[in-house]
Design a protein around this ligand. Structure first.
Ligand SMILES: Cc1cc2nc3c(=O)[nH]c(=O)nc-3n(C[C@H](O)[C@H](O)[C@H](O)COP(=O)(O)OP(=O)(O)OC[C@H]3O[C@@H](n4cnc5c(N)ncnc54)[C@H](O)[C@@H]3O)c2cc1C
Length: 492
């Protein structure tokens, strides 16, 4: 094949922006035609284009740099613009920063003669032909051929409760504007970060009627306390000595437990850690009082330090342990690791205290009832609501892959397969998708949350940036050595 190497990047949220930033400077000497397709505003992606002031970062700003090595970049960017120095600023501030980073990347790329083509079109299909080219089709009907495709699609939708999609009064997209009458009783399915986002957006809109946040567990995320940089004493050696695929979950829990004991100076209360009671105004108040004491929260400091090690720990686990984690413990892990800022918790508590908000456990079903719905609970009670918002968060299974036109098409053709632990399997070195036989699909790279089953930790910006840097290194090496995988003949 002659001419420039043609790349299509599908999706340009924080992950796609990082891929561009890491990759383009490495390819200045490579004849390249790079196109980026995304119908949404490029840069912020889903999480950081929220218009609501009350939607804060859920990760400390100090860990939100889009630069792979300059961890202070976001803080500096805010300082230069006088945009405050709180640990948890509104998420849209980070969105502005991603937009600025993207603009800078595109300007620099222009200056080196690589103009990136931006397409505000959704990609709906991708097929590989006999010459190894990827034929991609867009929602507009356009089709074009590429040597390489990078999928940076972000979170897939959850399909739980999707049977109500399209019902009047059922909002399947919790970020779609929340156009709800102020006097409508609202039921929110989900009590984790997305559910909290819905409650806070309703508060900011001045919603007057009752809101019930409900899930099976009834657990709100943990409240973020004061954390300190924690130096892991046991885990690095444990990982170095571990045999991939042969370590039990109990052994991993024990080593993390040892770190927590060191940090807290006492034994870990596993029973309470693994089965907290459903959240209530009282439990939230107690957590906030603990945070207000200013005491360093040892377990949170440790978990913060453990996050970058999650992919390595996940690799060590044996299959039974992976299965156990994803069935029995994934919920409690999520509420501990994806905690929320105390400012948001205090706002939620104020809503609970003035009777506008209730958090309920034991949600068993949501059923249509006249013009509204009934939220049904395991204890036999039911709460009538006028509007339901599906805030169950991202989805990872086959149903979620089938719910998105592009991934549904790739599934149908057997180009990708569902990973049993979520998303799709990819080659750990090249990020190329793996087909049903486990063979790498040449020239189809996948980054971000779609790779969850492979690395587990795929839904924080710092993970996206790391993946983007690794992928960029692989693609650049490939192109600069002239051994471009996508030019291999099919089947090799
Ligand atoms: C509510 C919420 C809050 C969060 N808060 C934080 C936080 O505070 N800190 C943190 O580190 N992480 C946070 N996260 C996780 C965060 O979203 C991820 O870490 C990261 O931002 C995901 O970026 P992304 O680019 O992979 O995905 P996205 O931001 O979702 O971007 C994907 C892009 O792909 C585009 N796209 C998808 N399909 C197609 C297609 N077929 N054709 C063309 N374009 C397509 C979409 O339009 C979108 O713009 C949060 C997530 C959510 C949902």
């Amino acid at each position: 094949m002659s001419g420039p190497h043609r790349v299509l990047q599908v999706g340009c949220g924080p992950t796609g922006t990082s891929v561009l930033r890491e990759l383009l400077p490495r390819l200045v000497d490579v004849p390249l035609a790079y196109e980026v397709a995304d119908p949404a505003v490029m840069g912020p992606g889903l999480a950081f284009s929220t218009p609501w002031d009350l939607h804060l970062l859920n990760v400390r700003a100090g860990r939100m740099s889009l630069h792979a090595t300059d961890k202070a970049e976001f803080a500096r960017w805010r300082r230069e613009r006088g945009l405050g120095d709180e640990d948890y600023p509104p998420r849209r501030v980070f969105g502005r920063y991603t937009r600025d980073v993207l603009d800078e990347v595109l300007r620099e790329s222009d200056a080196t003669g690589h103009r990136v083509a931006l397409t505000r079109d959704r990609v709906v299909a991708a097929r590989r032909d006999g010459q190894g080219r990827w034929w991609c089709r867009f929602a507009s009907g356009r089709a074009a051929a590429y040597d390489r495709v990078v999928l940076a699609l972000g979170h897939l939708p959850s399909t739980r409760y999707c049977r109500h999609d399209g019902d009047p009064g059922f909002l399947s997209d919790p970020y779609g504007g929340l156009d709800v009458p102020g006097d409508a009783r609202v039921g929110v399915i989900g009590t984790r970060l997305t559910g909290v986002d819905v409650a806070l957006a309703l508060r900011e809109r001045g919603h007057r009627a009752s809101v019930v946040l409900a899930s099976r567990s009834g657990w709100l995320p943990s409240v973020k306390g004061r954390v300190e940089t924690y130096r892991l004493a046991h885990l690095p050696d444990f990982v170095a000595a571990g045999v991939p695929g042969a370590t039990s979950l109990a052994a991993v829990a024990a080593v993390i437990g040892k770190e927590i004991e060191d940090a807290e100076g006492g034994p870990v209360g596993w029973a309470r850690a693994l089965s907290p009671p459903p959240s209530s105004a009282a439990t939230l108040r107690a957590e906030l009082a603990e945070v207000a004491s200013g005491r360093v929260v040892g377990w949170q400091s440790v978990l913060g330090a453990v996050v970058p090690w999650v992919p390595a720990l996940w690799r060590l686990l044996d299959e039974r342990s992976k299965q156990l984690l994803m069935t029995a413990y994934v919920g409690v892990w999520a509420v501990r690791i994806a905690s929320f800022p105390s400012v948001s918790a205090a706002r939620l508590l104020a809503m609970m205290d003035d009777g506008r908000l209730t958090v309920r456990a034991g949600l068993s079903a949501v059923v249509r009832d006249g013009n509204g719905f009934r939220m049904c609970f395991a204890d036999g009670s039911a709460v009538p609501v006028d509007v339901v918002v599906n805030a169950t968060g991202p989805g990872y299974g086959r149903g979620s892959l089938e719910a998105v036109e592009l991934t549904a098409d790739l599934l149908r053709c057997g180009t990708i397969v569902p990973h049993r632990f979520g998303g799709v399997p990819v080659d750990e070195r090249t990020f190329e998708a793996r087909d049903a036989d486990g063979a790498a699909v040449p020239g189809l790279h996948v980054v971000g949350d779609l790779t969850r089953g492979v690395w587990l930790a795929t839904n924080a910006v710092e993970n996206s940036v790391r993946q983007a840097a690794d992928l960029a290194a692989v693609i650049a090496r490939d192109l600069l050595s002239g051994s471009c995988t996508s030019r291999r003949s099919p089947g090799t």
